[in-house]
Ligand binder design. Structure first.
Ligand code: S3P
Length: 173
């Protein structure tokens, strides 16, 4: 099953946009971060602190396998690293929310930044942002610079019909 996969840097608005799309298209959201938090019963900041980033990346790989098993069309809300380290193209049609780092910093208040361990130092954030952008671009079928009504319409016109088509084939077979 191919899903609608949202990727982008931390704080680019993937979760907010996922719920907008979920309401617009009446599709369930699968959040990679929420899945890990629920399975480990720990917030992400604590997972990084106690178990380390490598452990978290292994959890993301485990969640990737879980998504491959989903039988119904979902919106996949990917953590910022998930969209870079995992082969997200295998999960479906990938939409990249391409905001600038300035826009992201403006979007995220102090509290939201503190929830994200990799946001601790400005230099580190700049380094990761530069490193990841090419990877995000390479993996994506659609690039969005804004998550407004036009973006919803673009997905609805271009990607949704293809994704829904496979469901028809599936129920027909
Ligand atoms: C991360 C992004 C976070 C979360 C974790 C690591 C990353 O998700 O998965 O803090 O490596 O970019 P958001 O993109 O939802 O902030």
């Amino acid at each position: 099953m191919k899903h609608l996969v949202l990727i982008g840097f931390m704080g680019s608005g993937k979760s907010t946009f996922s719920s907008i799309l979920s309401q617009a298209f009446r599709l369930p959201v699968f959040s990679t971060d929420a899945e890990i938090i629920q399975d480990l019963q720990m917030p992400i900041s604590q997972i990084f602190e106690v178990l380390g980033e490598d452990f978290f990346r292994k959890e993301e790989a485990r969640v990737f396998e879980k998504i491959l098993q989903l039988k119904h069309l979902h919106i996949i809300d990917c953590g910022g690293g998930f969209g870079f380290y995992q082969d997200v193209g295998r999960l479906g049609e990938v939409v990249f929310l391409d905001l600038s780092l300035d826009e992201i910093v403006q979007r995220l208040g102090q509290e939201e930044r503190e929830k994200r361990p990799l946001f601790s130092s400005k230099q580190e954030v700049q380094r990761i942002f530069a490193e990841r952008r090419e990877g995000y671009l390479k993996n994506s079928r659609m690039i969005l610079r804004k998550t407004n009504q036009d973006a919803v319409m673009e997905i609805s016109d271009v990607l949704l019909p293809e994704l829904l088509q496979q469901c028809k084939h599936k129920s027909g077979s």
